[in-house]
Design a protein. Structure first.
Length: 188
């Protein structure tokens, strides 16, 4: 399947408030428009996950980052610059995203992606893309498309037809950075 056709199809579904199953730079993810609270709620329901358990968003450049986070600590850019593996940063005081994505401590996880499908989809959306592992909450993260449960596949509005044979990498490193410069590694 052609990557541009898949980007077009995924974009159409997302524009209409749908949720997609798609390959990321780490594992298969479930995603939607990060500014659409109803679409975000559909993902929580599909994953059987409490809305108090936050999800992350994918972005494709500093312009998008600054649209969501008014303040980005300098160390965040340094971490992004030197990280060898996909790294999710949890930053304070997000804005311009659905309220049900923001955690109780007023933070949100974000990851800059270079993977071509995600990057180009984000370019088309001009908004962050929700990304959460393609599993029911509490179940293991699928290592490949074949391991994704039928319940998840049937529960999304569109399955991106790329990289179905690819074995996923591992989930991203997660680092929490507060505006007062406290750093905490959540997942290596």
């Amino acid at each position: 399947m052609d990557i541009n056709a898949e980007i077009h199809n995924a974009f159409e579904v997302i524009q209409n408030g749908g949720i997609i199953l798609y390959p990321t730079d780490t594992v298969w993810g479930i995603g939607c428009d990060a500014t659409n609270a109803e679409a975000v709620a559909k993902i929580y329901a599909l994953k059987k996950r409490a809305e108090t358990q936050s999800m992350i968003v994918l972005m494709n450049g500093d312009r998008m980052v600054h649209n969501v986070f008014r303040e980005v600590p300098d160390v965040a850019w340094e971490i992004i610059e030197v990280a060898d593996n996909p790294t999710t940063l949890i930053l304070d005081n997000p804005r311009n995203v659905a309220a049900n994505l923001i955690s109780a401590d007023k933070s949100l996880g974000m990851r800059l992606v270079k993977e071509p499908f995600c990057y180009k989809l984000l370019e088309r959306m001009k908004k962050p893309l929700v990304s959460t592992s393609a599993n029911i909450s509490g179940q293991p993260t699928p290592k490949s498309f074949k391991e994704i449960s039928p319940e998840i596949i049937k529960g999304v509005d569109y399955v991106v037809n790329l990289h179905h044979e690819k074995i996923a990498g591992k989930p991203s490193t997660i680092i929490k950075l507060t505006n007062d410069l406290q750093v905490k590694v959540i997942r290596k």
